[in-house]
Design a protein around this ligand. Structure first.
Ligand SMILES: [Zn+2]
Ligand SMILES: [Zn+2]
Length: 160
């Protein structure tokens, strides 16, 4: 009995698997144009996204901009894609202006207003200073040690 049932189950499983694949495929292709590495802080916004304003070719670019809307002059109002565009975009929560997530261009046709590019500061200077200070300290202690040895040698020589 079990040998008769098994082939039917296999066909059913294969059919189910194909059906799931067909259902998943449109969702997968729709999300494949979405942005990634999205970061929002009070100071800046950052995302790797496709250019959706037509300024650049349709390829991924990483855009990092000040969290500042140059249209209504507000700080910290940029939000990522509240309108749900496939590529993603920055939208000002105060005035509703949309900006390309790749290059920061305002999307209104004819507009040449851009978000202000932002460079994330790298805290490397303090580390370099610390290493340098350590080297200096080592040099000084080495000199002191040599001086001490010299002093004791002379003292012993004089005493003997
Ligand atoms: Zn663009
Ligand atoms: Zn605004």
């Amino acid at each position: 009995m079990s040998e008769e049932i098994e082939p039917h189950l296999k066909i059913k499983a294969a059919f189910l698997f194909t059906a799931i694949l067909i259902l998943l495929m449109p969702a997968a292709s729709a999300s494949s144009v979405g942005a990634y590495n999205v970061q929002v802080t009070n100071e800046y916004v950052k995302a790797t996204a496709l250019c959706s304003c037509g300024l650049n070719s349709y390829h991924y670019m990483t855009g990092c901009f000040e969290n500042y809307c140059p249209i209504c002059h507000s700080y910290g109002t940029l939000t990522f894609n509240p309108k749900g565009t496939p590529e993603g975009e920055w939208t000002c929560s105060k005035c509703g202006c949309d900006y390309c997530a790749a290059d920061g261009k305002e999307k209104m046709p004819g507009s040449d207003i851009f978000l202000i590019p932002y460079t994330i500061p790298k805290p490397t200077n303090t580390t370099v200073t610390k290493v340098h200070a350590q080297n200096v300290t080592e040099d000084v202690s080495e000199v002191n040690l040599l001086n001490k040895i010299e002093y004791y040698c002379n003292k012993n020589f004089l005493n003997s």
